[in-house]
Design a binder for this molecule. Structure first.
Ligand code: BGC
Length: 765
């Protein structure tokens, strides 16, 4: 395991957490300067990509420009000096990529006379997006699903920090990434930019990610709040779910992410939840987010997800994006006629201002520069090495240059590049798409921004393999002609066949099969050469009808700008595999809670008529992912938490209590490696067979080495949500605990008992 610079952030299940700026005690406002009576006339921006206002904050004589003051106090002082129009200018976007902006997805002009900077917002799920339009370079990272597969806080932190550094270098002070919607359905087209199916893994990963990002002086976001768990009909879907199921599934991921990561913003989703649009949903915004969780940042709408003025304002939306349909003139009127109290508008503005002050974006000027391309490529490779999951190995791996004389590389444009994820997360490759659009790539068939088809990044696995095995004869076959691919495989010592499944925002997969003729091609290749390794570049889980014949299978997700080198380092044992699945791989569509994703076949684009709303009743409710398979006693293709290594680990000596779990972990193999140890619990009253992740840790061990490990357990993860009392409670009774290297298989078991109920979350009602 290679290490990353920065804090040591390995274990989940921390009992204590801090919310630095966002948790400070509010101070009473100082006597503010008299409000300006005239409408401000903004200073025109200086020329250049950064505009003038981004840099134009040195109005140091203004009392709120004192960085030593509490952010709430600074916000109160600045607010008191604002005109009504200035306030209104902060609660909506001014269109994306407008002339004055930095070209990102969103833009809010600054207020130079008050020293307030422009807010330039970058989509940045897997790297800073929309870079191509301005000819800028951004590093493409592996899918965030791969980041989750690392189960490693240092990886997540490094991932967020890289995006923060590059965003600032490109002139952005806000990241609108942070997708954490649970992977309820493996066919969801955005799973690649989310964090898997488990709320604890997703929430913990997000928290480390956003701390890495915000440490670079960039405001971070968590999205899409809430239950945007499918792309099909996402702008008209109404998710219907009971409170306990909500709180124990997607909302738990948000709760952990917000409380432990303290993002400055929450993006509300396109869909409705229990009858109300997410961006005018009093339960989600006012009651849960702001009251129960104490969130003190601001809520911005997904792009075009605002549906009203008065209802949205009263329900807790703070900023409309990307334009000004409901939160400009209409809001001004609504405040003037008393439908929206002035205090509510002031609260919106206060939240935006305190987030700007708390994050440092007002005080720390951006410095225009080219991102550290070489340093960041190195980070991308190390994240890739920690993200790729070894799913099967009958001994073919690792490859040994001493005895592999010939390698047939087959399929998926592996001669030129690696596949990238589409939609608003798309990071544009240097030099453009590595494949020609008419070269037979699967076209995603979407309108607008999603119409670009699948894009390959110029990082060739073929070249990386040639460089690593210079003594071998390495050939390439495109895989489009099955007989030719089989012949190429047959004539080589080893075949490495690449298969891809493009994925994008705005669409879901119809099924779990690899598109086109790839399954048939892999069948033929595995039949022709028993030493075939299948490498999957997919948005999420796929089925593998050829699995029994494949000698090795590696899931590399969309592997990023150094995906080829990361994979090669793992295949040739320069680095050991450590990653484990953050999603269940089903044996087939028949195992999924829903045979077909509910809704119309194509998701309407934002702004389309919304009168065809339809209900989505997720049958699994809170039993998302592996919990569904356990409840239904289904055997998936690969369970959640599964992943192989070139060494073996042995677990022993389990002791458990309500606060922590201790055990001994031994590297029982002949190679150094790192193990992701997972702790699952079954609460009193949970049906037999069910379990939930309550903690995990990643531990590096030399061959033969043993260590004793103690992992603290966050009481909230053992708790049940009581919908009558609206709070988390650790129920009295016996808790079964299971510890091991996956959610299924050979797990150590133990138990502890609680004699009386314990309330675990004081912020709940
Ligand atoms: C997506 C968001 C994204 C926004 C801005 C929307 O279509 O759902 O995730 O941040 O566009 O590009």
């Amino acid at each position: 395991m290679r290490s990353f610079p920065g804090p040591t952030l390995l274990a989940a299940g921390m009992v204590l957490f801090v919310l630095p700026a966002l948790a400070q005690t509010p101070q009473p406002p100082a006597t503010p300067p008299a409000p300006a009576t005239q409408t401000a006339s903004p200073t025109p921006p200086a020329p250049g990509a950064f505009g003038g206002q981004n840099q134009a904050a040195p109005v140091n004589n203004l009392p709120w420009m004192n960085p030593a003051l509490d952010p709430d106090r600074r916000a109160d002082m600045a607010l008191a000096a604002m005109t009504q129009d200035e306030k209104l200018s902060l609660v909506h976007g001014s269109g994306n990529a407008t002339g004055a902006s930095d070209g990102g997805a969103g833009f809010v002009p600054g207020i130079p006379r008050l020293g307030l900077p422009e807010l330039n917002m970058a989509d940045s799920s897997v790297g800073v997006a929309r870079n191509g339009a301005r000819g800028r370079y951004s590093t493409l990272l592996p899918s965030t699903l791969g980041e989750a597969a690392s189960w490693d806080g240092q990886v997540a932190y490094a991932y967020g920090a890289l995006i923060g550094r590059e965003a600032r270098a490109e002139g952005y002070n806000i990241s609108i990434a942070g997708g954490i919607d649970l992977a309820r359905d493996p066919r969801d087209g955005r799973n690649f930019e989310y964090l898997g199916e488990d709320p604890v893994l997703a929430g913990e990963s997000f928290a480390k990610w956003v701390r890495g990002l915000q440490d670079q002086i960039v405001i971070g976001d968590i999205k899409h709040y809430a239950f945007n768990d499918q792309e099909t009909g996402r702008t008209i879907a109404n998710v219907v779910l009971d409170e306990r199921s909500m709180r124990e599934s997607d909302l738990l991921a948000f709760e952990i992410g917000i409380k432990k990561g303290a993002p400055g913003m929450v993006m509300c989703a396109y869909n409705k939840v229990n009858g109300d649009w997410s961006c005018e949903n009093d339960y989600l915004l006012n009651q849960i987010l702001k009251r129960d969780w104490g969130f003190r940042g601001f809520v911005l709408s997904d792009w075009g997800a605002t549906h009203s003025t008065v209802k949205a304002a009263l329900a807790g939306l703070d900023q409309e994006q990307p334009g000004a349909v409901f939160f400009s003139e209409a809001l001004k009127q609504a405040v003037a006629n008393g439908q929206v109290p002035q205090a509510r508008l002031d609260d919106m503005v206060h939240r935006i201002l305190r987030t700007e002050f708390a994050s440092g974006v007002v005080d720390k000027k951006m410095v225009e520069q080219v991102p550290d391309v070489f340093g960041d490529l190195d980070v991308a490779q190390r994240i890739g090495e920690a993200s790729d999951v070894l799913l099967k190995n009958n001994g073919v791996l690792p490859l040994n240059t001493a005895n592999v004389k010939s390698i047939a590389v087959i399929g998926s444009f592996a001669d030129v590049g690696v596949l990238t994820g589409g939609g608003s997360a798309q990071v544009d490759p240097p030099g453009g798409n590595a494949i020609a659009n008419d070269q037979g790539a699967v076209n995603l068939g979407q309108a607008g921004v999603f119409a670009r088809g699948a894009i390959w990044w110029p990082d060739s696995p073929l070249k990386a393999i040639v460089a690593r095995a210079p003594q071998a004869k390495v050939t390439f076959d495109p895989g489009t002609d099955i007989r030719s691919a089989a012949a190429a495989a047959q004539s080589a010592d080893v075949a490495i066949v690449f298969a891809s499944q493009p994925a994008s925002e705005g669409r879901d997969e119809n099924n779990l099969s690899l598109p086109g003729n790839q399954d048939a091609m892999i069948q033929a290749v595995t039949a022709a050469n028993p030493r075939t390794i299948v490498v999957l570049e997919t948005g999420g889980p796929v089925t593998m009808p050829w699995l029994a014949r494949a000698a090795g299978v590696v899931e590399i997700w969309f592997p990023g700008a150094r995906g080829a080198e990361a994979l090669t380092a793992l295949l040739f044992d320069d680095v050991n595999f450590t990653a484990k699945l953050p999603v269940t791989f089903p044996a087939g569509e028949g195992q999924l809670p829903m045979r077909a994703i509910a809704g119309p076949s194509r998701s309407p684009v934002p702004g389309a008529p919304t009168d065809q709303s339809f209900d989505v009743n997720y049958p699994e409710k809170d039993l998302v992912g592996y919990k569904w398979y356990d409840a239904k006693n289904l055997t998936p293709l690969f369970p959640f938490g599964f992943g192989l290594s070139y060494t073996d680990f042995a677990y022993s000596d389990l002791t458990v209590d309500a606060n922590q779990v201790s055990f001994t972990l031994r590297n029982a193999g002949t190679r150094d490696g790192a193990e992701i140890a997972q702790i699952y619990a079954r609460r009193p009253g949970d049906p037999a067979g069910e379990r939930r992740l309550v903690g995990f840790t990643k531990l590096a061990l030399k061959a033969g080495e043993s260590k004793s490990v103690t992992v603290p357990i966050d009481p909230m993860y053992l708790s049940s949500f009581d919908a009558t009392q609206h709070r988390w409670i650790e129920l009295p009774g016996t808790y079964a605990v299971m510890v091991g290297g996956a959610s299924r298989g050979d797990l150590l078991t133990g138990s502890f008992s609680l004699t009386s109920a314990v309330g675990t979350n004081t912020s709940d009602r």
